[in-house]
Design a protein around this ligand. Structure first.
Ligand code: HSE
Length: 417
């Protein structure tokens, strides 16, 4: 077996976690050698021993290495570094979902032209096997839908909020554990999960990188009470990223949803990611595992190294064919059942006003529950609707906010998994 010479770029939480695993005296460490590390500064958390340190990360591709592992994060500098390495005929492994989402199409073409590999298993679900599994174990299947919790930080926050913890406290914990991005806004606002489902959609549905017409929403407006109300309907709240295909095109979305408590994804708590693939040959197929953190990401990166060491001839993953991209269906044309939360004045006739707004739009309601008065004197009313087209629901919401008896109105879509 050839020994792979590795250059690591970046020396933060993920890179030092990888280095520790690579240099550990275990069953895998004989297949490679870390030749150099591109690090702008030392990291007190990890001693690189005698490995050569380069302060200029762009000097790493010039070293005698077989593979560059890009762990600097961000988009523009990472893209330039990856291009330099690929053009220098070095394989590249990256955990950087943002750069693959934004520039993957171009980068994969450059890799192909240079007859080297660009691998990014840990860009989606960190160490939980996803990307290589698609082109290997699932290759005989036609996949019609992929839906999953693809962001460990938001699942960590939501599942702890469900247990009564406060958003800010749990976010601080997610940062301390190294789950959150350096800028956690990307986790919270749904962008990180969108990058990941965008990558999966490109591999499965050929939707291109970057994909367009994405609906992206975060968890900023989820409150602890939403979990209590969801529970009364047998539902819980998750942040879900979805890509699916039908005759009209593909759907691409990343937003909070309510799902049945007994569904397999609902049971995944903490930093776990979980994906359901709907396939033609094996039906619904699930993967679940840790989706963030230094050990989990190291696992995904090392799986790419193993794939590289075994693949002198064959590709460890299928490169997408970016010709003939399918249309992305306008999110406003999609149809959902909705959880609707309203805060209304505590006065006679309010429920009749609410029912009239729905009735005027021809929308049937499945369930309506009125709760006890809040401290502000208003009363929460929670409703589960029948199926409605999104654009119609948006008009209903603005009609509610026009009523002087309604002080607050929000929705969470219900996903049938
Ligand atoms: N911040 C990301 C998450 C890290 O929480 O899922 C793994 O991609």
């Amino acid at each position: 077996m050839t020994i792979l010479k590795i250059g690591i770029c970046g020396w933060g939480n993920v890179a030092t976690g990888l280095f520790e695993q690579l240099t550990a005296n275990n069953h895998i460490s004989s297949q490679w050698q870390v030749t150099c590390i591109g690090a702008r500064r030392d990291n007190p958390r990890c001693d690189p021993g005698s490995v050569k340190i380069l302060r200029d990360i762009f000097a790493v591709p010039d070293e005698e290495i077989d593979v560059l592992i890009e762990l600097i994060g961000g988009v523009d500098t990472a893209k330039a570094l990856i291009i330099k390495a690929l053009n220098a005929k070095k394989h590249v492994i990256t955990a950087n979902k943002a750069v693959i989402f934004e520039h993957g199409e171009e980068l994969l073409k450059i890799a192909k032209n240079n007859d080297v590999r660009l691998l990014f298993e840990s860009a989606v679900c960190a160490g939980t096997p996803t990307i290589k599994m698609l082109s290997n174990d699932l290759s005989a299947n036609v996949i019609s839908k992929v839906a999953g919790m693809l962001n460990g930080t938001t699942n960590f926050i939501l599942s702890n909020m469900e247990e009564g913890e406060l958003f800010e406290t749990v976010l601080a914990e997610a940062k301390a554990e190294g789950y959150a991005e350096p800028d956690p806004t990307l986790d919270i606002n749904g962008t990180d999960a969108a990058h990941k489902i965008g990558i999966l959609a490109a591999l499965i549905f050929n939707s291109g990188l970057p994909a367009t017409n994405f609906h992206i929403e975060g968890i900023e407006n989820i409150s602890p009470d939403d979990f209590l109300y969801a529970d009364e309907f047998g539902l819980t709240i998750k942040h879900l990223a979805v890509a699916c295909k039908n005759d009209l095109g593909i759907e691409l979305r990343s937003h909070p949803v309510m799902i049945k408590k007994e569904s397999s994804l609902a049971g995944l708590k903490g930093v776990r990611n979980g994906i359901q693939f709907d396939t033609d040959l094996i039906g619904s197929f699930h993967v679940a595992g840790s989706g963030a953190g230094r050990e989990s990401t190291a696992s995904g990166l090392i799986s790419d190294l193993v794939a590289l060491s075994k693949s002198s001839e064959s590709l460890p993953m299928q490169y997408p064919d970016f010709s003939k991209k399918p249309d992305v269906i306008d999110f406003n044309e999609l149809s959902f059942k909705y959880y609707v939360y309203l805060e209304v004045k505590d006065q006679p006739g309010v429920l009749a006003t609410i029912s009239k707004v729905f009735g005027d739009h021809g929308i049937s309601l499945e369930k309506v529950i009125q709760k006890d008065q809040l401290k502000n004197g208003y009363v929460p009313v929670v409703i589960i609707t029948d199926n409605i087209v999104e654009k119609e629901m948006q008009i209903v919401m603005s009609d509610f906010l026009d009523q002087d008896v309604v002080s607050e109105a929000k929705i969470i879509r219900i996903e049938d998994l």
